[in-house]
Design a binder for this molecule. Sequence first.
Ligand SMILES: [Zn+2]
Ligand SMILES: [Zn+2]
Length: 305
Amino acid sequence: MIAKFWGVRGSIPCPGPTTYKYGGNTACIELRFPGTDRIVIIDAGSGIRELGNHLVANELPKGPLVADIFLTHTHWDHILGFPFFAPIYIPGTRLNIYGPVTFENDSLRNIVGGQLSYQYFPIRQSELAADISYHSLKEEKVELEDGIVITTKYLNHPIACLGYRIESNGKTFCTAYDTEPFQNLFCTDPADPTYDEGMATEGELVAREQNERLEAFIAGADLLVYDAQYTREEYEASRRGWGHTAIEDVVSLAHKLGIRSTALFHHEPVRTDDQLDELAATHCNPGQSNHSEIFFAREGMQIEL
Ligand SMILES: [Zn+2]
Ligand SMILES: [Zn+2]
């Protein structure tokens, strides 16, 4: 399996001279499976625009484009590149778009394709040339052809958000972003008037169980792409509950589980290249050969699992 990062940022595209090295596009990862023609894409952030252009230039000459797009969730930074994904305008293109929806009465077609409406964009969804099918996902297993198995797990984010575990040919690729550690949702302070001992204990158990389930979900990954938007200091100061993880927590999780290779992902948009380099010097160990490499994902980076 080969993974390529086309967008690594969180929240909003942030191109410019201070983000040149790591890249300013939002989430998009391409997966290829040598020996097959299959193209799997995780997320349609602004990075998918460049990927689309690349596919049109390099794959389209061989025949119509066929791809499976798995959206982690429908926050804007993960879908805003879709209207600029050139293959949707090319007859013969076939796309399957998978992702979670938070409310049953909302469809992926409306949320994702709805960006192509006159209020936002000069072209309407009904004018697209590609054949696009939408599939809403919960926690489940999807088997693609060519022996590719995809398992999903709900993460801890303000809306329904899925982690993906993709297995092929004995290799495992996992994503867990946008997410933060599951926490007790009930008051744990006995001095607080809303405190209820039963609820506090139950909340503790649920949080622990969910964290353990996520650990089991990512365990054994050859490459893990994990949310690392904040530093611990930023997280503790004001960002708890926003659905993102502190770099320090990802690093200890990766060590605890012995993950072979961990890409820190969904970088804070205000983070400059210099700041990411500094954080990397403190927290990362790229090129580590003892099966516990940790690095900041960079746009254009390609990794063979
Ligand atoms: Zn995001
Ligand atoms: Zn999000």
